[in-house]
Ligand binder design. Structure first.
Ligand code: AMP
Length: 636
């Protein structure tokens, strides 16, 4: 089939198109209507249908492949490896679901999951899905302040966590961060369920904290029936950064998400039941939700959960996993490939990688040298895919399962079925011509699986993402892009203050708020600066209350360390700026708006562009001089 026809039908006749895709999953009760778009921009899919994500991920496969691997949990941090078959995984999930129910969790209750990449994290997510509880996974790299904001927004009845994560062989204790977050938060969870890995001591809070090991013994073997949910009920909340310091809770449904994932596994990721899928992401990010936990399992595939670095114990670790588990489809991020590119290629060549059919990369721009290097070394196609936490599955890619269209260097590909993607002019909202830069937008309704709303705040959803033009509702991705004459899209970076470090999306506001809390800081601006490995890194420009606090290089370095430690404690290591530069003033317009793009341009050695509106040109001059001095210092 030609992709163009497939795509066209999805746009011209979404009802027929998605009715066909809906047969890819099990329904407990059939839906009565495919799409309800009576209240745009809110789209409701598969109205009245009842289904369950956990049923589609597990129960559905028991009869045909119950004894086949479902989850392979590998940790090079704790040197452990365990394979769970579909039957075993279902048993673990049921046990965790029973434990949650015993703690009073029921349908619609929120459960916050703050966990490292261990099997129990997946059990917890699937257990929530099974009993209709709404999970909110918070990335383990976030610290107390970030966690507290998310606790207050989601108001979880239960938090599931662990004693520690681990990185580079060093335990990273979680419990004290969690306790501090709960102290900071106004909404206190009734219970905290803790998985003790024996990596770090835990102070248990009486009456609130429960050790999972004990509950597991009590509930082992217990069967927990699936709670059937109407397709538009909530499945999860996943917080993502935006322009404000307050992260947005991206809320997803049940039925549309299950259908979208099942379809994407067939047409984009081309996964077959019985094969193994390996996504190197983390459950704290959207890729982990869609393509570590739900997507592969819904497709009947075994999924690999990997805790550890890509280069430890040696840079061959991922390829050894591909060989051992006969991985057919692998999903990673350009940053990881750039890290591996710096390693001797023998580590890859040592292994039999003949099972691997495709490598998928997403999360940040994929540069041509990185893409062609890995494609050449692996001898398999590399498929870029562009999407966002908000959409839950790819917006742009090449759907090889429909038609094997060639990809184009530097382009994630073509609009995927269901997405009416356009590039529009920032000012007038008119469609751009070929090769003209504009904003990447999607005309509503968004297809199944995309965010339903901002959790608890419909108005914020509408105001943040949507505009109306000519009676149409237009969703903004907040990315710049161009489309070439053949319809291939190219992504040129964000239009807002979101930065992308190693494929991790961070709001500069959150980092700025944290740095501002340091007693010596008067003002701060954080910008994303191009980096050869990580794509971007955060650089903080700080104006001190007393400039002589950083008068000597030693004092400056000490203060830089202090500021980084504040970010570590509050936001988490993921937000730590790569550099802190002390300046006398920040470049602003006369109306007081920070000239971020000018700052970024100077850091990247580019021309800062039109500066006619700048209040104090000396501020920018000083920053340029500071950066040059630092570079000279580093070289000497
Ligand atoms: P997140 O919500 O964390 O997945 O981040 C989404 C953002 O990451 C997008 O809005 C883009 O700015 C960027 N992004 C994701 N995938 C790609 C890609 N394949 N190419 C370029 N940028 C990407």
């Amino acid at each position: 089939m030609h992709f163009a026809d497939f795509y066209r039908e999805s746009i011209d006749d979404p009802q027929t198109f998605w009715r066909r895709q809906a047969t890819l999953i099990d329904w407990h009760k059939p839906y009565t209507e495919v799409l309800d778009y009576a209240k745009p921009p809110f789209a409701r899919w598969f109205i009245g249908g009842e289904t369950n994500l956990c049923h589609n991920a597990l129960d559905r496969w028991i009869a045909t492949q119950g004894d086949m691997p479902a989850l392979v949990a590998i940790s090079t941090e704790t040197r452990s490896e365990k394979v769970y078959t579909f039957k075993e995984l279902l048993a673990e999930v049921s046990c965790m679901a029973a434990a949650m129910q015993a703690l009073g969790v029921g349908k619609g209750d929120r459960v916050l999951i703050y966990m490292p990449m261990i099997a129990e994290a997946a059990f917890a997510m699937l257990a929530c899905a099974r009993i209709g509880a709404v999970h909110s996974v918070v990335f383990g790299g976030f610290a107390s302040h970030s966690l507290a904001t998310r606790i207050d927004d989601a108001q979880p009845k239960l938090i599931v966590s662990a004693d520690a994560g681990s990185r580079g062989g060093k335990p990273i204790p979680y419990k004290h961060l969690l306790d501090a977050a709960i102290d900071l938060a106004h909404a206190k969870p009734a219970s905290v369920l803790l998985v003790d890995r024996g990596l770090a001591p835990m102070q248990m809070v009486a009456g609130r904290d429960v050790d999972y090991a004990g509950l597991r013994v009590r509930h082992q073997g217990q069967q927990v029936p699936v709670t059937w949910l109407e397709a538009n009920e909530k499945s999860y909340i996943l917080y993502t950064s935006g322009t404000t310091g307050k992260p947005k809770g991206v809320q997803r449904d049940v039925g549309g998400y299950a259908v979208a994932l099942a379809a994407s596994m067939k047409y984009i990721f081309c996964g077959n039941a019985g094969e193994t899928y390996f996504s190197t992401s983390d459950i704290g990010w959207v890729v982990g939700h869609s393509y570590i936990v739900y997507g592969p399992l819904i497709a009947g595939m075994a999924t690999i959960m990997y805790e550890g670095l890509p280069i430890s114990p040696d840079p061959g670790i991922w390829w050894s996993i591909v060989e051992k588990y006969r991985v057919t489809r692998m999903f990673s991020a350009p940053t990881a490939v750039r890290i591996l590119k710096k390693q001797p290629v023998e580590f890859m060549k040592k292994y039999d990688l003949s099972s691997l059919k495709t490598l998928y990369l997403a999360g940040e721009p994929l540069d041509e040298p990185t893409s062609s290097w890995i494609a050449g070394e692996l001898g398999v196609p590399v498929v870029d895919n562009y999407w966002q936490t908000e959409t839950g599955w790819p917006i742009l890619s090449i759907a090889k399962g429909v038609e094997d269209i060639p990809s184009r260097p530097g382009s994630p590909g073509l609009p995927i079925y269901g997405y009416k993607v356009r590039i529009i002019d920032e000012v007038g909202g008119e469609d751009c011509t070929a090769n003209e830069k504009g904003m990447v937008v999607i005309e509503g309704p968004l297809p199944p699986g995309c965010m339903q709303t901002v959790y608890g705040d419909d108005q914020r959803f509408v105001q943040t993402y949507w505009t109306q033009s000519g009676g149409r509702h237009i969703y903004s991705t907040f990315d710049w892009g161009i489309r070439d004459a053949d319809g291939y899209y190219f992504i040129l970076g964000r239009t807002d203050d979101v930065i992308n470090v190693a494929g991790h999306r961070l709001g500069t506001r959150e980092i700025e708020e944290s740095i501002s809390s340091h007693a010596k800081v008067a003002e701060v601006a954080v910008v994303g600066v191009a980096d050869q490995i990580k794509g971007q890194v955060a650089v903080a420009f700080v104006v001190l209350k007393r400039s002589d606090d950083a008068a000597t290089p030693e004092a400056g370095r000490a203060l830089e360390q202090e500021i980084m430690a504040v970010v570590d404690r509050q936001v988490g290591a993921v937000g730590r700026p790569a550099r802190v530069v002390f300046v006398n003033g920040l470049p602003k317009t006369r109306s007081g708006k920070l000239l971020r793009r000018a700052l970024q341009a100077i850091c990247e050695g580019r021309d800062p562009g039109d500066l006619t509106t700048i209040e104090d040109p000396a501020a920018l001059q000083q920053i340029r001089a500071m950066l040059e001095a630092r570079t000279a210092q580093a070289v000497n």
